[in-house]
Write a protein that binds this ligand. Structure first.
Ligand code: OVV
Length: 407
């Protein structure tokens, strides 16, 4: 059988919309709103011949498929290639790319390491770092917010939280780009991200070893589960790799996208600044409005159905979380950014048993950054056009020149 993007080609059921689009076209990835609307307009379920995949983007069905771990498995990969038919580019993640019951054991370990209580313990580190960073940036005035703030903050605090002894901020960001681009097709973006794999992958793997981690961080908490017999030593290393895979580019993107939203919507910045109680909901709205992880997939583990259409075993389904978070059937005026919206039910962190296990720490980081900004900054003004950085799974900025005007 000839595979397409490492998975079995499928024939869609009669009545399924067929749409000749490349969801991974760089123009779409830079500016996806029209694609999101067109995907939802196709119907509940769409077949995309270019990659022989099914796609969902309406809110209800996207949420349903994404959280239906019984019919739509993760163990065959959440990208286009089917791990059952083609070897993945790295050993599969033992939390992301597994199903129950294996998933339950690793998820518990990560869930405890990233609990609200543990995250509270990092509040001072996050706040002091954010305060100092914002003070430094106010000295400069005009900044390039992607490198100066969005990348600078997580690459400072997250390795400390994990307890990494050696930090290479560039390698952490570039590894994230590899991990997330690898969820898409074998296109130029993925190949470019993989160009430095030979240098970065061994560095990441070495950084996950027990002796490369301090005794008081998240990494040590995971290794404690090896000591008590819950995990093997190798499994503990693999879960530390998950921190480094999913914990950097995501929060970098969350901060960058938050600054973009607030610099583009000065009235919303004013509302946030006027009342710190909007910090939390403002970040949730950033997540809904920009969907930092725009697309993740599943594989039909058995013959099943979506919205009443038969779906054959082995079908890859891309779940366009960005489209669901902009669905006017779910959200009033979805293209309006409102810090007081409180968008309960957004799927930016996914949904179901695989829902983002790091969401507490992500919120903790963003709260610290937004808190420092509203206390110290009077206005955030665009200094030049924002530039997006296409990625097969992440909607992130490449450059965001802004001017910070102090109180
Ligand atoms: C890209 C991503 C998301 C979540 C988890 C992981 C990776 C992992 O490596 O476990």
């Amino acid at each position: 059988m000839t595979l397409i993007e490492g998975h079995k080609p499928i024939t869609p059921a009669g009545g399924v919309a067929v749409w000749d689009v490349d969801p991974y076209d760089t123009e779409i990835l830079r500016d996806p709103l029209e694609y999101y609307a067109n995907l939802r307009a196709q119907g509940e379920l769409t077949y995309i011949p270019r990659y022989s995949v099914l796609a969902v983007g309406r809110y209800e069905i996207t949420r349903k498929v994404f959280s239906d771990h019984e019919n739509f498995v993760s163990s065959r990969g959440v990208g286009l290639n089917d791990f059952k038919l083609e070897d993945p580019w790295r050993p599969p993640s033992i939390i992301l790319e597994v199903d129950q019951p294996d998933h339950t054991r690793t998820r518990k370990v990560m869930s405890r390491a990233l609990s609200p209580k543990v995250v509270k313990g990092f509040a001072e580190l996050f706040q002091d770092t954010a305060d100092r960073l914002v003070d430094d940036l106010l000295e400069k005035g005009t900044i390039e917010a992607v490198t100066d703030l969005a990348e600078a903050f997580p690459t400072t605090v997250f390795p400390k939280a994990v307890g990494m002894k050696d930090v290479n901020a560039r390698h952490l960001v570039d590894y994230g780009a590899m991990v997330f681009n690898a969820v898409g097709p074998d296109n130029a973006l993925r190949r470019e991200a993989m160009r430095h794999a030979g240098e970065i992958v061994p560095w990441i793997n070495a950084a996950c070893a027990r002796d490369r981690l301090s005794a008081d961080g998240l990494g040590a908490m995971v290794y404690a589960s090896a000591d008590d017999g819950t995990l093997t030593e190798a499994e503990a290393g693999m879960l530390v790799r998950s921190f480094l895979s999913a914990g950097v580019d995501t929060t970098v993107t969350g901060i960058g996208n938050a600054l973009w939203c607030l610099s583009q919507n000065p009235d919303q910045w004013d509302a946030l600044k006027a009342d710190p109680k909007f910090i939390r909901p403002a970040f949730e709205e950033v997540l809904r409005y920009t969907s930092p992880v725009h697309t993740f997939g599943r594989t039909a583990g058995r013959d099943t159905e979506i919205a009443g259409f038969p779906v054959e075993e082995g079908s890859k389904v891309i779940c366009v979380l960005g489209a669901a978070n902009m669905d006017p059937e779910k959200w009033g005026d979805p293209e309006v950014f409102r810090v007081d919206r409180k968008p309960v039910g957004h799927v930016a962190f996914g949904a179901g048993i695989h829902g983002c296990v790091g969401q507490n720490i992500a919120r903790g980081e963003l709260e610290a950054v937004l808190g420092a900004l509203i206390r110290k900054v009077d206005r955030i003004e665009p200094a030049a056009e924002a530039v997006w950085r296409p990625n097969n799974a992440i909607r992130a900025l490449d450059r965001l020149p802004i001017t910070l005007i102090p109180n």
